[in-house]
Design a protein around this ligand. Structure first.
Ligand code: UD1
Length: 419
């Protein structure tokens, strides 16, 4: 199994750049199915999920190439195929983002059910309800979702929960629907704003994206454009915590400080010095240590579930007891048991994690169970006494653009071993 070792207790310092957001790049890549012509995306992170989505576009008949360091060129000139391959949808849940665009473009979509994942069951009922309200017929048979509509017609759609993926999928489908679509109780994550901006650039007429109500006036076609993906607030937050947990002095550039507010506010509440040097640069300087804090994970602008594991890693060394309530996913504390192997004092009770701060943790062999759990274990390893071996890097590579290398550039002692 792929692994890395970390020699801990090295104070990190220096400047590092955040990459583009995985969670913006994935729906934006899916949205290119709706367009005609040539599309250029810049600031696209180089990571497995992005490469999987590029394979998906190719399987659907688009031409797509990743150009190092961080751009993707796409040509959508032929008829789009309507069947999404099983192995790509089951490899990555976000592949289901192609359902809305394929349906809107071809009138027919056959997409495998994405299935569960380690952090929860993650159903797609809200996506399907939205497609049906736009006029699609929906059947689930032989493990596939089959969607069909001679034409999609705009309507008012109220989401049962502000699901990020459902908001994006329905918004993409609504762009080519006839008439006006109003989506209420939308997710408001910055990645949705970026997707809406990208679609508008290509000719869509969307307003209110980034708020709870999105209004779309349907158009008949979308053209190819050039767009730069927003910075990854989760990667930036992870790098900031790397600075804080090692008592270091780390500056992260290429961020959007506004998108980081929920994380910055919580770190400051813990007593960590976070300076916003400019809208795109933040500095974490933690010479004094920090205290326990409590938080619930919530849809944006609440504290992001994707930062819960990394924040837990930080809080195992805080003064006092912290309480985390995970409200978004039902099984997202798997990193806790691995952190306990390193000496963390954590008690889990259904949605709650009680973290009693300890003075030190020690290196151990630990296993990554999911993407953000992987980041949490590496962060703990940076602060632990001695050597930590982290197994299962494939999860980390799905969603981070070379995190070990970025941490090494700040002075971390990390060695990666080939698979
Ligand atoms: C996206 C992010 C993921 C993040 C999550 C929540 C991407 C590629 N992924 O995932 O990193 O952790 O938002 O911020 O952007 N739900 C339903 N029915 C549905 C859809 C969702 O019950 O049809 C539930 C899910 O099971 C979950 C909650 O809603 O409990 C939130 O899920 P959602 O916001 O849809 O997350 P994703 O879009 O899958």
């Amino acid at each position: 199994m792929s692994k890395l070792t970390i020699l801990g207790q090295n104070r990190l310092s220096g400047t590092v750049a955040a990459s583009g957001a995985k969670n913006a790049a994935l729906p934006i890549l899916a949205a290119t199915i709706l367009m005609e012509g040539e599309i250029t995306l810049t600031n696209v992170p180089h990571l497995m999920d992005v490469l999987t989505m590029i394979r998906m576009l190719k399987a659907l008949g688009l031409r797509a190439e990743y150009h190092h360091p961080n751009s993707v060129k796409i040509w959508n000139q032929k008829k789009v195929r309507h069947i999404a391959p099983y192995e790509l949808v089951t490899a990555m849940r976000a592949s289901f983002f192609v359902a809305g665009p394929i349906l809107a473009k071809t009138g027919l979509a056959k997409v495998p059910l994405p299935g569960g994942c380690t952090i929860g069951t993650r159903p797609i009922d809200i996506h399907l309800k939205g497609f049906k309200q736009l006029g699609a017929q929906c059947h689930i048979e032989h493990g596939f979702v089959e969607l069909q509509a001679k034409k999609l017609v705009g309507t008012r759609i109220h989401l049962d929960f502000p699901s990020v993926g459902a908001t994006e999928n329905i918004m993409m489908a609504g762009c080519l629907a006839e008439g006006e679509t109003l989506i209420e109780n939308c997710a408001q994550e910055p990645e949705i704003t970026d997707l809406g901006d990208f679609l508008n650039l290509s000719g869509a007429q969307i307003s209110g994206h980034g708020t709870a109500t999105i209004h779309i006036k349907g158009v008949t076609s979308l053209k190819g454009v050039t767009h730069s993906v927003v910075p990854d607030r989760i990667e930036a937050g992870t790098l900031m915590i790397a600075g804080a947990i090692t008592g270091g002095d780390v500056t992260v550039t290429h961020v959007n400080a506004e998108h980081l507010s929920p994380v910055i506010d919580k770190m400051r509440e813990a007593g960590i010095e976070v300076e916003i040097l400019s809208l795109d640069t933040v500095r974490v300087n933690n010479c004094k240590g920090y205290s326990a804090v409590n938080f619930d994970t919530l849809p944006f602008p609440g504290f992001p579930t994707d930062m819960q594991a990394q924040m837990m890693a930080l809080l195992i060394l805080a003064k006092g007891t912290s309480v985390i309530k995970e409200t978004i996913f039902e099984n997202r504390f798997m990193h806790a048991t691995e952190l306990m192997r390193m000496g963390a004092n954590i008690h889990l009770d259904s949605q709650f994690a009680f973290i009693n701060g300890v003075d030190k943790i020690s290196g151990a062999e630990v296993k990554i169970t999911d993407l953000r759990a992987g980041a949490a274990l590496i962060l703990a390893g940076l602060a632990a006494e001695g050597s930590t071996t982290v197994y299962g890097l494939k999860h980390l590579r799905r969603g981070y653009d070379n995190l070990p290398e970025k941490l090494r550039s700040l002075g971390a002692h990390i060695v990666e071993y080939p698979d």
